[in-house]
Design a binder for this molecule. Structure first.
Ligand code: AMP
Ligand code: MG
Length: 190
C-alpha cells in the first residue's frame, strides 16, 4: 500500500495541515493517519522498556532507548501499512540533547516502504510565535537562527531519504492564516 510521510519541525503545524486536508476531503479519505510519536508511546508502554508519560519526553531519552522504540514503532507501522494506505506524521530529524537524530534511518527505511515525502515549512518567525502560543505542548524554546538550521537539516535529510528510496520530496508552505491553502496542496498529492 502507499505510505506518504508528512514531516515538519515542531510548531510548523504539520499535523494541523493533515487534519485540515482530511476535513476538506470529507467522507472516506482512503488513507489511515498514523502519528509516529503516538506509536512510539504505545510500544514503549507495551514493552515496559522505558517510562515515558508524555510525547515531549521521548526526544530527551537516551539515544539507545530512542533507537529501540523507534524500530519497534517501525515494525508496528509496517504491519498497518500492509492493510491500508498510510499518511505517516513524523519528523525528518528530531532535536535531542546529543544533536539531530534521524527520524527515518536506514533500518527504518528498510522496514517501511515509503512512496512520498512531504516537508511542511513556515518562516522561523512564524514557527517561533506558534510555539510560544501553544500551551498544550512542551516545545523547545529556540531562537529563529536555530529554527532555521533545523529546517535546513530537514531538507538535507529528506533528500538523503529520497536517494535511498527513490521517493520524491514535496515542500508545502504553511503560512499564518493559510492552513487551508496548504491543506489543498497536500490533498492534491493524495
Ligand atoms: P510529534 O507529536 O510529531 O511532535 O512527535 C512526538 C515525539 O515523537 C517527537 O518529539 C519525537 O521524540 C518522537 N518521534 C516522532 N517521530 C519519530 C521518529 N521517526 N523517530 C524518532 N522519534 C520520533
Ligand atoms: Mg504534530
Amino acid at each position: 500500500m502507499t505510505v506518504i510521510v508528512v514531516t515538519g519541525i515542531p510548531g510548523v503545524g504539520s499535523s494541523t495541515v493533515v487534519e485540515e486536508a482530511l476535513k476538506l476531503k470529507g467522507g472516506e479519505p482512503g488513507f489511515v493517519c498514523i502519528n509516529y510519536g503516538d506509536v512510539m508511546l504505545e510500544v514503549a508502554k507495551e514493552e515496559e522498556l522505558v517510562v515515558v508519560a508524555k510525547r515531549d519526553e521521548i526526544r530527551k531519552l537516551g539515544s539507545d532507548e530512542q533507537h529501540r522504540i523507534q524500530m519497534l514503532a517501525a515494525n508496528n507501522i509496517s504491519h498497518q501499512a500492509k492493510k491500508s494506505n498510510v499518511i505517516l506524521d513524523t519528523h525528518c530529524t528530531i532535536k535531542t540533547p546529543l544533536g539531530y537524530l534521524p527520524g527515518l534511518p536506514e533500518y527504518v527505511l528498510k522496514e517501511l516502504k515509503l512512496d512520498q515525502f512531504v516537508l511542511i515549512e513556515a518562516s522561523p518567525e512564524e514557527i517561533f510565535n506558534r510555539r510560544y502560543k501553544d500551551k498544550s505542548r512542551e516545545r523547545d524554546v529556540e531562537g529563529e537562527k536555530s529554527i532555521e538550521e533545523h529546517q535546513m537539516m530537514n531538507r538535507a535529510m529528506a533528500m538523503a531519504y529520497a536517494c535511498l528510496t527513490g521517493a520524491c520530496v514535496k515542500i508545502i508552505e504553511n503560512h499564518d492564516d493559510a492552513v487551508k491553502q496548504a491543506a489543498e496542496k497536500f490533498l492534491k498529492l493524495l
